[in-house]
Design a protein around this ligand. Structure first.
Ligand SMILES: O=C(O)c1ccc[n+]([C@@H]2O[C@H](COP(=O)([O-])O)[C@@H](O)[C@H]2O)c1
Ligand SMILES: Cc1cc2nc[nH]c2cc1C
Length: 381
């Protein structure tokens, strides 16, 4: 039985501050000037906190979950593309021809496509996980996009897919999505969860021109006013009112990953909007999320602030699918491997003859404070 949304929230425990501190201390004693691996050290310490152990395991089986759905708000003219492109891109991803497949092959990640609500007349194609809740959301500018039940069902579908992957050995979850019109829903979620003005978090999505982007801002504004007029509401109501079925499914992926103490890499503005909803539902989830890249879409630029750390990459990507998150996978693996594989300064002191410059190394490593011992975790012995 898939847990309820409340049970999923309940299963998320805080990350482990002790493992974090141990990793920080270990970093200080590794064979490098302290702090010289910069943000890779920050990430390594966070991975230890996520795994509740130091050193953290080196992720070897990353899996990307691409959640797909369509959007009723498309009727407002907020996208340059027909809705059929969503189903077409789902078929492309499952057949291996999308950008995300090229990157997944490069970084050795499994790709799982989950249809939670695309518009289609027939069955979903072979190879696509069929978790359709309904055929597209309602128009969020005029009414709640989902009922609470539909929203819960999509969250639980995402959690179920993630839990099955984790049972099968996945040790790093990567989030992705496809959904024509979903940058409008994402902008609405960013505005609702951060208090930002719609003009500051709404962009051209998949190449909308300037005039129609201004109209898109108005649509987001209308949706927020409608939602506000409906009265005070919690995170689930906000997600159901303004989000998409793929946002909800990705919330489920994030909750399940956090519950299993597995890092979850966030992609662009769409998965970022899902991350805001997940953190609003279960604040401890934030500790398990890694911002993979900064999307060029304006909302995406705000995500790192909300997660409390800069994204790992900024390559001006604005495609979605999970492309930027997947590109960050080797960084996550390297950050963990540094903590498991590197020699310590103490090891180096014991074997100075293996390093160049007779006497120079001894002198150089005499300068840093020696390991205090006891607290730092051990990597290779
Ligand atoms: O994730 C992002 O940062 C991102 C930024 C711009 C566009 N997208 C993708 O473009 C599609 C939505 O664009 P639009 O203009 O139809 O809202 C959807 O399939 C997303 O995957 C995604
Ligand atoms: C072609 C295309 C590919 C995509 N991949 C993710 N969103 C997309 C939107 C479009 C339009």
């Amino acid at each position: 039985m898939t847990p309820t949304v409340e049970e999923l929230v309940e299963q998320v425990r805080p990350v482990d501050r002790t493992a974090y501190a141990q990793a920080r201390e270990r970093h200080a004693g590794l064979a490098k000037p302290p702090g010289s691996l910069g943000r890779l050290e920050d990430l390594g310490a966070r991975l230890a906190a996520i795994a509740h152990r130091c050193p953290p395991p080196v992720p070897s089986s990353p899996a990307l979950v691409v959640a797909a759905a369509d959007h009723g708000v498309h009727a407002q003219g907020v996208s340059d593309w027909p809705q059929e492109v969503t189903a077409a891109m789902v078929a492309t991803v499952v057949s291996g021809g999308a950008a995300v497949n090229a990157i997944a092959r490069t970084v050795g990640a499994q790709v799982v496509v989950v249809d939670v609500g695309t518009l289609r007349l027939g069955p979903v194609p072979d190879g696509v996980r069929d978790e359709r809740v309904r055929s597209a959301t309602r128009d969020l500018a005029v009414e709640p996009a989902m009922t609470l039940d539909e929203c819960r069902t999509a969250i639980r579908a995402g959690a179920r897919v993630a839990a099955e992957l984790i049972d099968g050995g996945t040790d790093l979850l990567v989030t992705g999505e496809v959904g024509i019109g979903n940058t409008t829903a994402s902008a609405a979620l960013f505005a609702a969860f951060t208090g930002a003005d719609p003009a500051d978090v709404t962009g051209k999505g998949a190449n909308l021109d300037d005039g129609r982007t201004a109209h898109k801002v108005d649509v987001v504004r209308t949706a927020l006013a409608r939602h506000a007029a409906a009265g005070r509401s919690g995170p689930l109501e906000t997600l159901a009112s303004l989000g998409g079925l793929e946002h909800a499914a990705l919330v489920g992926v994030m909750l399940a990953g956090a519950a299993a103490r597995i890092p979850v890499v966030v992609d662009g503005v769409v998965t970022g909007a899902a991350a805001l909803a997940a953190v609003a539902l279960a604040p401890e989830v934030a500790g398990y999320l890694v911002a993979g890249h900064t999307s060029a879409e304006p909302g995406g630029r705000r995500l790192p602030d909300r997660l409390g750390e800069p994204a790992l990459l900024d390559l001006s990507l604005r495609l979605g699918e999970g492309t930027g998150a997947l590109l960050a996978v080797p960084l996550v693996q390297a950050a963990a491997r540094v903590l498991t594989d590197m020699a310590t300064l103490a090891d180096v002191t014991r074997a100075p003859s293996t390093l160049p410059g007779p006497g120079a190394v001894d002198a150089a490593i005499a300068a840093p404070a020696p390991l205090r011992g006891g607290e730092a975790c051990r990597g290779r012995s």
